[in-house]
Design a protein around this ligand. Structure first.
Ligand code: F0G
Length: 456
């Protein structure tokens, strides 16, 4: 049996198909920054899998019965029941999206100068640690450095390095494991690694949290890859992961297949009381946290749907299928393929471009110019460091392009189209121009910078 999607299409939306000349004009207007493009200029949007999923009919129906009562909404109780069953945490707070949970948690947990240790912080997580006065430290496992190896759990943390950090001179305020590891190629974290992290944290009296944005996809990869877990359901694996930690922050824009939402969930009643005050002051009362009743209903239904093994199997197979087509076209990806995204190795494809000419950005831009595909780089444009004259001081370790796959949105032929466009570029990679910076803000420059192609 082929792994077909276990759903059919009920509502459709036309997608814009522009000419190359129109795309060139759009990109020039956008300062060659994909974040400045407009939706009506994009054919296939692989910029993010966050808030971009397709709702089910059941989610739409749930939204229609959303209870918009200010305090004590019936929708809140339904949401809480589902999150409680999924996680087992006694204190659950809704928030408008993941970064709000991060802000509230880190401000409550971190003393100025304390470390927050992670397998890899996602960028908003890192920013919220810094804003709370903490110091983010990434300790990915050694296997993560080899982009080509097919090690099944490259999202694991380096346990020796974690032990050293916990025993080191600097105080560790919290350990956060990102499942799956978005900043590290979308790779999963094993239950064995999470268990060892729990043991180390317990030994040192340090709180252990999950950044659980893609908890169901991580659970699916555990079922598929980790000995001893193959007979468990994704919901059972997810529950076991949550049980290991003291709490979790979650963006529900990913694995609740909804457009907005998140939660902060905790065991410690004192920490919960502290967080609740900030929640009420900055997000909303504890029974809505910045969300509408209809959002809470759609999130609750999405959380039920996302742990369906047939859905997860089809989604994982679709990403793997796209990865296989891209590799057959001669372009390397970060191995093995994860679920929410593929990460193309632009550095290996565009060997004629030095990091100072942003090969990742060059490939991402070319995907748009050649086929209307929007995506973004994770390379020197995002992570590099330059002096005030724009001279590159430090390149990113890799030049990657992330193709993030929205949930339930694109069909197999859309994915084949993407692979075809990648393949066309790969036939003559030396034709792809490099880019130079025109203007960039000091912080988070990849969102706002303007660049231009370097024409020979
Ligand atoms: N943690 C992880 C692992 C994420 O991937 C994200 C968002 C967040 C936290 C923040 O959640 O957006 O709801 O505030 N990732 C999106 C992405 C933006 O495209 O990967 P949020």
């Amino acid at each position: 049996m082929p792994l077909m999607e276990p759903y059919r299409v009920k509502v459709v939306e036309p997608i814009p198909i522009l000419t190359r000349a129109d795309r060139e004009a759009a990109m020039a207007r956008a300062g060659y920054n994909p974040f400045n493009l407009r939706a009506d200029e994009i054919t296939i949007d692989l910029l993010s899998d966050s808030g971009t999923g397709a709702l089910s009919a059941a989610q739409q129906a749930a939204g229609a019965i959303g209870d918009e009562t200010y305090a004590g909404s019936a929708s809140w109780f339904r949401f809480r029941e589902v999150v409680d069953e999924l996680t087992g945490y006694p204190h659950i707070f809704p928030v408008h999206q993941g970064r709000a949970a991060e802000r509230i948690l880190f401000n409550a947990l971190l003393e100025p100068g304390q470390l927050c240790v992670s397998n890899t912080h996602f960028d908003t997580t890192r920013a919220n640690v810094l804003l709370a006065g903490g110091k983010p430290v990434d300790l990915p496992c050694a296997a993560a450095a080899d982009l080509d190896s097919d090690h099944p759990f490259k999202g694991d943390i380096d346990l020796d390095a974690l032990r050293a950090a916990l025993e080191g001179p600097e105080s560790v305020g919290v350990v956060v494991m990102t499942i799956t590891n978005n900043g590290g190629g979308g790779q999963p974290v094993s239950m064995a690694n999470l268990t060892a992290v729990r043991d180390l944290c317990r030994e040192h009296g340090v709180p252990f949290f999950l950044d659980a944005a893609r908890f169901a996809e991580n659970a699916w990869l555990v079922v598929q890859r980790e000995p001893g877990w193959s007979d468990k359901t994704p919901a059972e694996v997810a529950r076991a992961a949550f049980e290991l930690a003291d709490g979790a922050v979650a963006s529900l824009k990913k694995d609740a297949i909804a457009h907005i939402g998140g939660f902060l969930a905790l065991r410690d009643p004192e920490l919960a009381a502290q967080c609740e005050l900030v929640l009420i002051a900055t997000e909303g009362f504890r029974t809505y946290g910045g969300l509408a009743g209809r959002d809470l209903e759609m999130l609750a239904q999405g959380l039920r749907e996302v742990v369906d093994p047939r859905y997860l199997a089809a989604r994982a197979a679709a990403t793997r299928y796209l990865g296989d087509l891209i590799k057959a076209a001669g372009v390397s990806i970060v191995e093995p393929a994860g679920i929410h995204a593929l990460y193309l190795n632009a550095g290996r494809l565009l060997t004629h471009l030095p990091p100072a000419q942003y090969p990742g950005h060059a490939l991402a831009t070319e995907l748009y110019l050649a086929g209307g595909i929007r995506c973004a780089e994770l390379g020197t444009l995002y992570l590099g460091e330059e002096d005030e004259n724009g001279v590159l001081l430090k390149a990113a370790p890799y030049e990657l392009v992330r193709l993030a796959i929205p949930r339930r949105v694109y069909t197999q032929s859309h994915l084949e189209y993407v692979a075809e466009v990648v393949g066309e570029i790969a036939k003559n990679p030396e034709r792809v121009p490099g880019y130079r910076m025109v203007s960039a803000p000091k912080l988070l420059r990849h969102f706002n910078c303007r660049v231009e192609p370097i024409r020979a």
